[in-house]
Structures are given as C-alpha cells and as structure tokens.
Design a protein around this ligand. Structure first.
Ligand code: OAD
Length: 235
C-alpha cells in the first residue's frame, strides 16, 4: 500500500462546529494568544489558562466528526495513512483514524507542570472528570495542567511526524493557515516528486517550493473530491 500522510489544522474541524484560530470570529480574536497559549501566560495566570482549556474540553462531547474526518479515516481502505494533526480535539480518532500524531497535544489529556512530556505523568481525562482545577496534582505532586503544547515549548512529536513526511508517497494538507512552525515546515521534508494536495476554501501562504493541487473547498466537500482524484493512485 502507498503511504499517505495528511497534515490537518483547525479548518478540518470547522464543519464540526469548533472555531478556527485566525479566521474572522476565530479564537484569537476573542482571546489573547499570549495569555492563554504560551508557557509565560500559564506561569503568570495558571487558572485563566486551565479554565480556557476546560471550556474547549467541555465542548468536545457536544460535537461530532464531520464528513471530512470520516473520509480521512476511510482512506485507510486503500492507503497506509498517517494523520499528523495540529488539532487538540479527538475527532480524527472518533471518525475511525487509527494512526494519529498530535503535534500540539490533546485536550482530553492532562499532565504535570514539572515534566509535561514525561509519559508517566500523562493521564486521560474522562467525561466524569472533564475539568482540571487549581490544586489537582499530577503523579509527581506538581499542579496538573492541560496536555497542550504552548508557544515557547518544544514540540516533541515533530520528529515522528518528520519521519512520516519523508516516507510519504502522497501528502495532503487540510485546513491550516500554515502560520505555525514547526508544523508548517513538514512540507519541506516531502520528496519533490510526491503529489501534494491542499484542501482549503482560501488561498494559503505557501512558502515551500513544492508544487501542489489546490482543492479550493471546505474539508468535507474537498475530501469527497480528493477521494475521487485519488482513485487512480490506489494501487
Ligand atoms: P488557523 O485558524 O490559523 O487556520 C485555519 C485554516 O482553515 C485557514 O487556512 C482557513 O482558510 C481554513 N478553513 C476554514 N474553514 C475551513 C473548512 N470548512 N474546511 C477547510 N479549511 C477551512 O488554524 P491552524 O493553521 O490549525 O496552536 O493553526 C495552527 C495552530 O495555531 C493551532 O494548532 C494552534 C494555533 O495557535 C496552538 O495553540 C499551539
């Protein structure tokens, strides 16, 4: 089977009802990124940041994967698929994708403030215990925090994602403004002869020299078209 790597961003989940960050009405118009999505912001006001992610997390049980997520999962019938997502929701998994790399963390997980990337400190939250509170402790005794990669922090999953991008036979980018590195830089690791598809209703600043086919549609309609276009590439 050919290896197909999909890089997704907030636009992937927009049709499920989760706000993107930089579109008009997006999250970064309502919240200051420096306050809620940086390590400095967390140190300054942990309660504000913990509550911001509690709100995002509480939204998850109220939303469903869209047709686009379902079609990404269906690609596993014909391809060896790896999804590399910048999203912290669990909609790819809930749609049935079995191989998902979360570059920016996962909303349904919590970890230790002292050693956020230590696997022994990471725990999965449950619908019954969906909020993190000030005073909740990780296994190492430090304050429990959201398992989110904030600006100013390392992106440990980028190594695995880079290896996948290098092995891709087909590369698909869905719903990301490609503003945030290192995620946006993954395209640089894709071989020059590999077909690259972009699904996004808008033009995206494309800094890589790699040629690409722009399917200028939303995630669901765009995935319907992509599945059609890939029919000949399935062998
Ligand atoms: P952005 O909000 O920057 O970009 C969203 C992209 O989705 C834009 O290119 C939109 O045109 C596109 N879009 C909007 N509606 C769509 C739809 N229905 N179908 C497909 N595409 C659609 O979101 P990201 O690029 O994901 O990181 O942002 C990257 C990172 O910045 C996030 O992971 C987050 C944020 O700050 C952290 O918080 C660390």
């Amino acid at each position: 089977m050919k290896k197909l790597v999909v890089l997704t961003g907030a636009g992937m989940s927009a049709e499920s009802g989760i706000s993107t960050f930089r579109d008009s009405g997006g999250l970064w118009e309502q919240h200051r990124v420096e306050d809620v999505a940086t390590i400095e912001g967390y140190i300054r006001d942990p309660e504000l940041v913990i509550n911001f992610y509690n709100e995002r997390r509480r939204q998850l049980p109220t939303v469903q994967p869209c047709r686009g997520h379902e079609l990404v999962a269906e690609l596993e019938k014909w391809f060896d698929v790896t999804v590399v997502t910048q999203n912290v929701d669990d909609l790819h998994e809930r749609a049935g994708s079995t191989n998902v790399i979360h570059l920016h963390g996962e909303l349904m997980k919590a970890t230790s403030t002292r050693s956020p990337n230590d696997p022994t400190q990471i725990q999965t939250l449950t619908p019954e215990h969906i909020d993190i509170h000030i005073g909740d402790k990780a296994a190492d005794g430090s304050q429990l925090r959201p398992f989110i990669v904030w600006f100013g922090e390392a992106v440990p999953m980028i190594e695995q994602a880079t290896e996948e991008a290098m092995k891709a036979d087909i590369f698909v980018v869905i719903g990301t403004s490609l503003n945030v590195y290192p995620a946006a830089g993954l395209i640089q690791f894709v071989s020059p002869d590999v077909p690259v598809y972009l699904i996004d209703p808008k033009d995206v600043p494309w800094t890589s020299g790699h040629r690409y086919t722009h399917i200028k549609k939303g995630a669901s309609a765009g995935m319907v078209e992509l599945v059609e276009q890939l029919k000949n590439a399935r062998a």
